[in-house]
Each structure stands twice: as structure tokens, then as C-alpha cells.
Design a protein around this ligand. Structure first.
Ligand code: PRX
Length: 655
């Protein structure tokens, strides 16, 4: 039977009170009833949830206002709250000795626990440093840090004083960092001397130095000592984290923020070459992150939550930092990689910290599956209840391996579909309620009114057994409110393509049972190991190289990384294609402009690209050639020079 027809019921263990805490949602009927309420009466549903999960310094009066039609979504109006108070103070008051953060360092023997009491002190002190450097509510602060506890402290210190943080993934190059710091005119950069990953050192501070050479907005750089390496410090601009924080008080009053005040920016890739700063606001985002940790991961007090993402991506924001901490939970911060010092690292981590919820990406699952079952076997994984997957479609083989070898058939698998822009999960199973299918994100989360649209007419495809583009009909609390400094781009990207709907950019089907299967992007965004990249961004990196005249970047299927990058490059006249080092140089070029994670896997140095007579590049043809579907290229008669196709096919076959 195909995967589409095979349902995996909720594991009996999860519903057995002698083995597991009672799930918050225990049956399909219960889910359906809650979902119905969330859609039919969102004010009551989310009003109650926001009161239950968040602490308010001033209660809200209106649950929601505006919406998708005009791009003016607002939630919990007139309310005031502070994210750092919600994530730290209230738990530090109630349970100061409870562990907030388990830091699993790159070297396994260097782990460290941080209690809520300690976290409060660290957050207040760094907030004091920022204040002393003149940072006020609404200012933007860049965070470019390795996966160390101070990174979380940095998020929360910004939130405490109402500064808007912009975390830039520490795998981005100096140039990419520069562009993002410039776009948001950040006044401070919070960073570290070096990073550590898989036993290797990363020159974090040097990258920052390089980046800020052309960032006049940056007045201050605060440097945390991760390795103690000798790094250059510019007097008057650069300060050591510990020296500065030690001068500050252990307590600093949190700034009361309006529900709709910005909490953070996070840059993500779209169809064009320039990344956009997706902006999330305080109350709605915190509610989305915490409600999904509670319901999707069925997080109970005492659970140990381990999300393996990097804090530089939205998954880290919502599921390492804000979601678990709003609930007063214990979150694991993992600095290393799944294969260091060997391929048992994840499973040693689970056994060592008695992890109850484990969250990773299909790429990691596929890579570990390839290395063999022996790396999982023999580790005590009995603490696990929920296994999450995120970032890309999970193929059935990886799903089954995760379910059988890691979950031993006793855990719920939650394939969570969402995006930087959605803030938190929007399509996902709930562990105690939804039977799963291998490869389907299943059903919408509370408040998410999913629609599948005909891509051409924009008409909603009602009923089951339909395929189209994935959209949402109504605003939900954690939807991004704007693109920083460019509301027009927000409207054009998400709200105008299908008026009245939020457009995800993904294709999807709803099967005969009403389950959603997300198929992947329908725009020029590609997904490599769960990292979102735009083809245009990679193309513009390549075109900056002096030898390159023209280029076309394509996402190709890859067994481990989901997709990988193939680049077709036409050289300028007079440049020899036969130079051995040119391909290497071009790969380096992409690493320099974006970062190592964006490296093309293959470069084809070609004479010409398939274009229509009006000069439009036909990527479809390149995609088909790469996929080995040259026999179904469709109509190529509109090409300016159809003979180019045969040449390209040969080129790809021979390389
Ligand atoms: O294509 C979808 C894919 O990742 C995109 C969002 O990327 P980003 O904003 O970087 O956020 C990643 C982490 C949430 C989506 O448009 N995607 C994410 N989760 C899934 C997925 N595709 C299929 N199944 C998923 N569970």
C-alpha cells in the first residue's frame, strides 16, 4: 500500500497514564472540536490561550484587528507585556533553581546547566550593558553568535529593553552579515571571539570585523569569550562581554511593550536576490511559539526539550529560545554537529539528558540513516515521547527510520510544516490525537484556515484529493507583520498573489482523507539541508566574479540534503573554460558572498543558456535536464536557439 493510505495510529504508550503524562489533546474528536472553536470563534479561543500562556503587565482589550486583505494584522490590542519577563522572570520567581538551559557544548564533557535564577541575572546584566551603550526601545541589535548560552541571553537582553534583535546565522559570510546589518542599521553587534563546531574553530569576531568595515551604524561590538583566542579589539568600539556585564546590576526592570511592538527581525530568502527582514511582533509571536511547544510537542512540566536547529534560523528562535522558555521549560542548546565526535552524538545527548522531545531536520535523519543503525542501537532512548521533523518534506524512508530506529514505534512523529514568516507551526500532527502518515504534515494547527488554490485561477480547491498551492485564509497570531522597511514587498510577496489569502510559496495536496502533503516550493526558492536559499541570491553572488557573464542556478534533487545547488555559468568572452581552478574559484565566490552552506554542488561551464526570443531564461528546461527528464522537455520551439538544448544535455551527461 502506498504511504498515502497507511495510517499510523497514536502509539498506545502515549495514551497510557502509567507510562506518559496525559496528552493535552487526546483524540481526533477533541482536536476537531478545538480546531472548530479556533476557527469559528478565534477571539474567545486565542483570548483564553493568551491569558493562560502569557503574563501581561496590562491586559489586552481586543483580541484581533485587521487581517490579510489589507496586510494590517494586529492581535491583543492595548495589551502590554515583555518577552524576557515571560521567558525568565516569572519562572525565576517561582522556580529559581529549575534548569532553563542545558548547554551541550561541542566537546561532550564541557556541558553546563543554567538555572532560571542565573538566566535572569545574566539577561539583566547584558540588558544593562546595552542600556549603558545608549540602546533604547526600537533600536536594532545584530546577534552573530555561536550556539552558546550567551546567544540566548542576547535574545532576551534585547527583548528586555525593547530593542529589536536581528540574529544572523553564524554560518553567513562577512559580506552577507554586512548586508543584513546595513539593512536594519544595527547599532550594536553581539558576538564571540570564536565559534566551535565539530572540533573546528570558526573566526567569528574576525568575520564581524570584516563585515562592519562598511557598516557606519555600528557603534559598539560586545565580544563574548568562547575560546579565549586572541582577537583584535578596536578601542572605543569593542568591549569584552564579561568585563562589561560584571559592572551591571543583577536586576533591570523590563520595558513594558505593546503587543504589536516588534520583537525581532529575521532575514530570509525570497524569489529575488535581496534577503528580506521578516518582522515578528511581541504577543502574537510568543503565543504561537509557546502554544505549539505545548500542543504540538505536548510539553509537560519536567520535560527536557531538545531542538537541534541553530538559533540563527526561525526554528531556533521559536523552539530553542522563546517557545520552551515561555512555558518555563528546560531547553537543550546543542553546539555541535550530529557526527561529532561520532554518529552517536544525538543519541548520547538524548540518553545523557533524558530528552523527552527531540526535533531535527530530515537531512540529519537521512545522513544518520546512511551511516548505519549501529550508531543508534544501544543508547537508552526510553525518555523520548515526541520526535519532530522540520524544514523540508520528509521522505518516507527517513520517516520510517526515525519512527522505528529512534522512536522504536513508541513515540509520536510530528512532521511540522511552517516558515520563518508563520512564526510557529501551521500544519502538524498533535502527538496524542492525530494518526500520522509517513511524509504528510497532516492537519492544520489551531486557528490556521488552510486553503489549496488553483495556481492559475487562484480559485480555492475545495474537498479532498486536490493539488495546488498552499495558502491560509485568515491571519493567525504569529504571522509576520511586515518586511523590515518594505511593507510593499510584504504585500506583494505574501498577500497580493492571491488576494485575501496568505501565500506560502509551497505546492501541496490534500489527500482523500483530508491530510496535507507539502510538496516543496513553487517559486525560485530552494531548500538545501533545510536551509532556505534563493536561486537569484546565488546567481548574483556568481555574477560578481570577474569571469562570469551570465548564470542560472537550479535546485536538483539530492539523497541527503533534499535539494542541492547546480549552477550553469556562461563565461565572459576570452575566459578559458578549461582552467581547472575556475569551478573551485566560483564555489569559493559563493562561500564568500553568502556562506559555506550555499556552496553549489556542481558547476557547469557552458556556452549559452536556454532563453526565449525575448531573452527570458527557461529554467524549466535546465531543471528537467538535471533531473534526467530530457525526453519530456515540452515545447522548446519558443527558444531563441533550440539547438542549445542538445548541447546542454550532453554537457550535463558528460560531467
Ligand atoms: O518549503 C517549505 C519548507 O521550508 C520552507 C520554509 O523555510 P524557512 O522559512 O527557512 O523555515 C524553515 C523552518 C520552519 C517552507 O516554505 N518546509 C518547512 N517545513 C516543512 C517544509 N516542507 C515540507 N514539510 C515540512 N515539514
Amino acid at each position: 500500500m502506498s504511504e498515502e493510505h497507511t495510517l499510523f495510529p497514536v502509539p498506545a504508550r502515549l495514551l497510557d497514564p502509567s507510562q506518559c503524562p496525559e496528552p493535552y489533546v487526546k483524540s481526533l474528536e477533541e482536536y476537531q472540536e478545538l480546531y472548530r472553536q479556533s476557527i469559528e470563534n478565534p477571539d474567545e479561543f486565542f483570548g483564553k490561550l493568551a491569558t493562560d500562556l502569557l503574563s501581561w503587565s496590562k491586559p489586552f482589550h481586543t483580541v484581533q484587528h485587521g487581517g490579510l486583505e489589507h496586510g494590517d494584522t494586529a492581535w491583543f490590542l492595548d495589551g502590554q507585556l515583555n518577552a524576557s519577563y515571560n521567558c525568565v522572570d516569572r519562572h525565576a520567581l517561582a522556580t529559581p533553581d529549575k534548569i532553563a538551559i542545558i548547554y551541550e557544548a561541542d566537546e561532550p564533557n564541557q556541558s553546563e546547566n543554567i538555572t532560571y535564577g542565573e538566566l535572569l541575572r545574566k539577561v539583566c546584566q547584558l540588558a544593562g550593558v546595552l542600556r549603558a551603550r545608549g540602546i533604547r526601545k526600537g533600536d536594532t541589535v545584530a546577534i552573530y553568535m555561536p550556539m552558546i548560552p550567551e546567544a540566548i541571553v542576547a535574545f532576551l537582553a534585547c527583548a528586555r529593553i525593547g530593542a529589536v534583535h536581528s540574529v544572523i546565522f553564524a554560518g553567513f559570510s562577512a559580506e552577507a552579515l554586512r548586508d543584513r546589518v546595513q539593512d536594519a542599521a544595527c547599532r550594536v553587534v553581539l558576538t564571540a571571539d570564536q565559534g566551535k563546531r565539530g572540533g573546528k574553530s570558526i573566526e567569528t569576531k574576525r568575520i564581524v570585523d570584516d563585515a562592519v568595515k562598511s557598516c557606519p551604524s555600528v557603534e559598539t561590538i560586545i565580544v563574548c569569550q568562547r575560546t579565549g583566542a586572541d582577537v583584535p579589539m578596536t578601542p572605543g568600539r569593542d568591549f569584552w562581554w564579561n568585563e562589561e556585564t560584571s559592572k551591571c546590576m543583577n536586576y533591570l526592570t523590563p520595558e513594558p511593550m505593546n503587543s504589536e511592538d516588534p520583537l525581532f527581525l529575521l532575514y530570509t530568502s525570497g524569489s529575488t536576490g535581496t534577503p528580506k527582514g521578516v518582522l515578528h511582533t511581541t504577543a502574537g509571536y510568543l503565543l504561537g511559539a509557546s502554544a505549539t511547544v505545548k500542543y504540538v510537542f505536548d510539553y509537560h512540566p519536567g520535560d527536557i526539550f531538545a531542538c537541534m536547529a541553530d538559533v540563527g534560523w526561525i526554528t531556533g528562535h521559536s523552539y530553542i529560545v522563546y517557545g520552551p522558555l515561555v512555558l518555563g521549560g528546560t531547553t537543550v542548546l546543542f553546539e555541535s554537529i550530529p557526527t561529532y565526535p561520532n554518529a552517536s552524538r544525538y543519541w548520547e545527548l538524548v540518553a545523557k539528558h533524558k530528552v523527552t522531545q527531540f526535533y531535527t531536520a530530515p537531512t540529519a535523519i537521512r545522513a544518520l540513516r546512511r551511516l548505519g543503525d549501529e550508531w543508534v542501537e544501544g543508547h537508552d532512548l526510553s525518555s523520548l515521547r515526541v520526535l519532530g521533523s522540520v524544514g523540508e518534506p520528509i521522505n518516507p524512508e527517513a520517516w520510517h527510520w526515525y519512527n522505528d530506529k529512534v522512536g522504536k514505534g513508541r513515540c509520536a512523529i510530528v512532521d511540522t510544516y511552517w516558515q520563518t514568516e508563520t512564526g510557529s507551526h501551521i500544519i502538524t500532527p498533535l502527538p496524542g490525537a492525530i494518526a500520522t502518515k509517513a511524509g504528510s504534515a497532516t492537519v492544520p494547527f489551531f486557528g490556521i484556515d488552510v486553503a489549496i488554490l488553483d495556481p492559475v485561477t487562484g480559485k480555492e480547491l475545495v474537498g479532498n484529493d486536490v493539488t495546488g498551492v498552499l495558502a491560509v485564509k485568515k491571519a493567525w497570531p504569529s504571522i509576520a507583520r511586515t518586511v523590515y522597511g518594505n511593507h510593499q514587498r510584504y504585500l506583494e510577496t505574501y498577500l497580493k498573489p492571491y488576494p485575501g489569502y496568505y501565500f506560502t510559496g509551497d505546492g501541496a495536496s490534500r489527500d482523500k482523507d483530508g491530510y496535507i502533503w507539502v510538496r516543496g516550493r513553487v517559486d525560485d526558492v530552494i531548500n538545501v539541508s533545510g536551509h532556505r536559499l534563493s536561486t537569484a541570491e546565488i546567481e548574483s553572488a556568481l555574477i560578481m566574479h570577474h569571469s562570469v557573464a551570465e548564470t542560472a542556478v537550479i535546485g536538483a534533487a539530492d539523497d541527503v540534503t533534499g535539494q542541492c545547488i547546480h549552477a550553469f555559468v556562461c563565461l565572459k568572452p576570452g575566459v578559458s573554460k578549461h582552467s581547472n581552478d575556475l569551478s573551485k574559484e566560483l564555489i569559493l565566490q559563493v562561500r564568500k558572498v553568502i556562506g559555506p552552506f550555499a556552496s553549489p554542488k556542481k558547476i557547469y561551464l557552458v556556452e549559452d543558456l536556454p532563453k526565449t526570443r525575448s531573452g527570458k531564461l527557461m529554467r524549466r528546461i535546465l531543471r528537467k535536464i538535471i533531473a534526467g527528464e530530457s525526453d519530456s522537455l515540452g515545447d522548446i520551439s519558443t527558444l531563441a536557439d533550440p539547438s542549445i538544448v542538445a548541447i546542454l544535455i550532453k554537457h550535463v551527461e558528460n560531467s
